[in-house]
Design a protein around this ligand. Structure first.
Ligand code: IMP
Ligand code: MG
Length: 173
């Protein structure tokens, strides 16, 4: 699989930054018991690495949404494939996303969660594409801002493949 991808962020770069994010969340939520919500499937790897760096009695849950199918651009239609198991009313929720590209997915999910009355709701995104930054989309915690290229690895797929790469790569087309 190495022949088809070029490394954008190495495993070490990812893990170092994720530990920093985890420590930051641990400090910011000191005295609280936040619920970290991973958006499947892309953020699964990020979430499990992230929580090991958060020194708090936290809880986790997952939801699954679909916006792309096998395409490489957002369709604008977000489907909820799996909802949360945890009621979030009154909870301090951190939505953990793999990547913010157009921002459509995160906007939809945030809106849906906000209506459930959490005590607080923040976003932790491992990756944010430059075009999302330019469009004014902000996450409370950001791992890396990356160029507007289609990336794979570290949980991110192209047609369900490449999720298992320990680094972030750019697909050579
Ligand atoms: P958005 O709705 O355009 O912000 O896209 C969000 C979702 O699309 C992410 O959670 C990813 O699952 C997927 N996605 C966006 N950009 C990429 C990419 O470069 N590689 C792989 N998946 C991506
Ligand atoms: Mg995908």
């Amino acid at each position: 699989m190495n022949g088809t991808t070029e490394v954008l962020l190495s495993e070490e770069q990812l893990q170092t930054r994720i530990r920093e994010l985890g420590r930051q969340i641990g400090q910011d939520y000191a005295g609280k018991e936040p619920l970290l919500v991973g958006v499947l499937k892309g953020a699964a790897m990020f979430l499990v690495d992230l929580i090991r760096a958060v020194d708090l009695p936290l809880a986790i849950d997952f939801m699954a949404v679909s916006s792309y199918g096998a395409a490489t651009e957002s369709s604008g239609v977000v489907r909820i494939l799996k909802d949360l198991e945890t009621p979030i009313e009154g909870r301090d929720v951190v939505l953990v996303e793999d990547i913010i590209d157009s921002g459509l997915t995160i906007a939809y999910v945030l809106d849906m969660l906000r209506r459930r009355g959490p005590a607080s709701l923040k976003v932790c995104a491992l990756l944010v594409k430059e075009k999302a930054v330019e469009a004014g989309l902000k996450a409370d915690y950001v791992g890396f801002t990356i160029p507007d290229k289609f990336v794979v690895g570290y949980g991110l797929d192209f047609d369900e493949k490449y999720r298992n790469l320990p680094y972030l790569g750019v697909l050579a087309s």
